[in-house]
Design a protein around this ligand. Sequence first.
Ligand code: PXG
Length: 399
Amino acid sequence: MNPEMTAKDLIELEDQYGAHNYHPLDVVVQKAQGVWVYDVEGKRYLDCLAAYSAVNQGHCHPRILQAMMEQAHRVTLTSRAFRNDQLPLLCRDLHDMTGMDMALPMNTGAEAVETALKAARKWGYKVKGIPSEKAEIIACTNNFHGRTITIVSFSTENQYREGFGPFTPGFTVIPYDDPEALRRAITPNTCAFLVEPIQGEAGIIVPQEGYLKKCEALCREHNLLLVLDEIQSGLGRTGKLFAYMHEDVHPDMVIVGKALSGGCYPVSAVLAPRNVLEVFKPGDHGSTFGGNPLACAIARAALQVLSEEKLAERSAELGAYFLGELKTLRAPHIIDIRGRGLWIGIELSGAARPYCEKLKDEGILCKETHDHVIRVAPPLVITRDEIDWALDRFRKVLQ
Ligand code: PXG
């Protein structure tokens, strides 16, 4: 593509002309297929990040690409000023797959979270009868829901907030995995509890069994909405379609993104019962690109791949194998290895970054989260042989 450009040249260019709001590993990816990515020098790596679970279906899945190309040649964008022939089909597919009455499509995860927050507040005023401007939403410590000013208003990560105030009021933060804290935080003005079923960015924190069930009971008792951010945990990653399905709970809103497009395009959505999403009237909310026909065609194909290739089931089976094998690793600096499905955190006593660098040299792409945790989250199309290949390298680097 750029035969004269080396990785070093490209890194220098990016450092000079691009904002430094990330600190990526210095691998310059040029192409990818399935679980494998290739850098500009042609070196092959096994992707154990899957773009933070956006590429659950594997890179450049041929069926998603085909749907994308076919739709791109027909029509890409109508805006919501007009209808298009793909949006109704995506909404129906989401309903059929999840059982949720309705969908409101957006683009990025953060936008879908903002949409859910707006829906929750509007529901609080219109349905629950909370006095004007008084609605409260409860969120958890160490949450990650995106980067907008409203969302970082209830982040407990200093760096996400520092220098970005003033913040949006109306949020209460309680400890994660603590139903009693939720009980104490609820007031008559609470309209929603926003929570990740498993906290990804916090380091793959799996709550105690029954946590969501207890939260659901409290939400019912006090008439507030249980809003689950399944942007990273959803669409097969934990071995079920959604992480909440490991417990028999019925959320009031589910936020999806990332793998909704198989990583081919930004597509997100809020899924909810009719009595929640119908609080929006024409003009209350929207987005130029949200629900565009290209996005919808891609998302439909991405969902089809998930179900036809039984990726949630694969994640459960291969994740159990991967986790079981990783747990046999013995090294003094390994504090904990945990996870669910193909979503595994290896917690170390020291910095994880140097191990991610070493894994990269061995042909494995991983990224640390919260300094001490190596996140292992390959595309769900990974095979057992590829996991064995990865395990050899994890053993070599970690032991
Ligand atoms: N909720 C959860 C649980 C997420 O993991 C978002 C919301 C926001 O999605 P968008 O599409 O707005 O990024 C996420 C995103 C990053 C980064 O580079 C983002 C995520 C994970 C790791 C890094 O900012 N997750």
